[in-house]
Design a protein around this ligand. Structure first.
Ligand code: AMP
Length: 289
């Protein structure tokens, strides 16, 4: 019975998180961390349940991180649904929620940021949101060091972000195993996202085309179409449906670099970012699999 689960404990300070974490360690529990910005949906919840086999206690952070939004982006109107989030997390058995204030995460005089290269500089999200990954990496590094979980999990939905965080954790010797979770989709293929609530009814009808175009591009490459032609066809198809495309690119799945023209399809990922009206959507799939 789902409603028998206890409410997750809500932690609002780093000190409270550390005390909770110490108690879990004393109890012999492995801790898993799921960083989120709240407005939770089934994609987020799948990350919580994905950690269950490998951890005894999962903490979900809910923090709308101002430093990963550019001034023109949606920080102030980003959906905030804390009470509902807490209820959903109770249903999936999360042990704790870490919900710090901006002042708790960025106290007066805060002056540190992580500088990134490698998968953070490949001309995808970084080309269109140049300050985004520094904000993400800095806040994720803070969360990992505040919590020191055995495992932390991130969605493949944000594929470049996952690559950036894996690289950062390895490069900074943060003692955590980073896991990736598969993208959870609506029945019509649209990747779940907290931002989907911004779509108007007609945009929502068009939005699944994004996933269809990824699938068509992947199928084309699998059957021998060149990467350049597959990318070009995808761009045209999206534009014809009214998307303003930031990029649609077929890249090496591990490095996100531009692949050699004869790269094996198994090594490739197709990634897209496009705007429908005011809403920016991203998605990606493996070319094979
Ligand atoms: P966000 O709250 O959007 O910052 O996302 C928090 C985490 O949930 C990130 O690791 C995302 O990649 C992941 N996530 C977001 N949407 C999905 C989805 N549809 N399926 C799986 N994971 C997701």
């Amino acid at each position: 019975m789902t409603d028998a689960a206890p409410e997750p404990v809500v932690l609002e300070t780093v000190a409270a998180l550390r005390a909770w974490r110490a108690a879990r360690r004393a109890a012999g529990h492995r801790v898993g961390l799921v960083p989120t910005m709240g407005a939770l949906h089934a994609g987020h919840l799948s990350l919580v349940t994905g950690l269950a086999p490998e951890t005894e206690a999962v903490v979900v952070s809910i923090f709308v991180n101002p430093t990963q939004f550019a001034p023109h982006e949606d920080f102030t109107k980003y959906p905030r649904t804390f009470d509902r989030d807490l209820e959903l997390l109770r249903e999936v058995g999360a042990a704790a929620v870490f919900a710090p204030t901006v002042a708790e995460m960025y106290p007066d005089g805060f002056a540190t940021s992580i500088t990134l290269d490698g998968p953070a500089r490949v001309g995808l999200e970084d080309a269109f949101r140049p300050t985004h990954f520094a904000g993400v990496a800095t806040v994720v590094a803070k969360l990992l060091l505040q919590c020191l979980p055995e495992r932390a999990i991130f969605g493949e939905k944000d594929y470049q972000q996952l690559a950036v965080i894996r690289r950062m954790a390895r490069d900074l010797d943060i003692p955590v195993t980073i896991l990736g979770g598969p993208t959870i989709r609506e029945a019509d293929g649209l990747a779940m996202s907290s931002r989907n609530v911004y779509l108007s009814p007609s945009e929502r009808e068009t939005a699944p085309v994004l996933h269809q175009v990824l699938q068509a591009a992947a199928a084309a490459v699998r059957t021998g179409t060149s990467i350049a032609l597959a990318e070009g066809a995808a761009l045209r198809e999206l534009s014809d449906h009214g998307f303003l495309v930031d990029y649609v690119a077929i890249r090496d799945a591990a490095s996100l670099a531009v692949p050699a023209p004869d790269a094996r399809p198994e090594t490739l990922r197709v990634l897209v970012a496009a705007r429908l009206g005011q809403t920016r959507l991203i998605d990606n799939i493996a070319v094979v699999g």
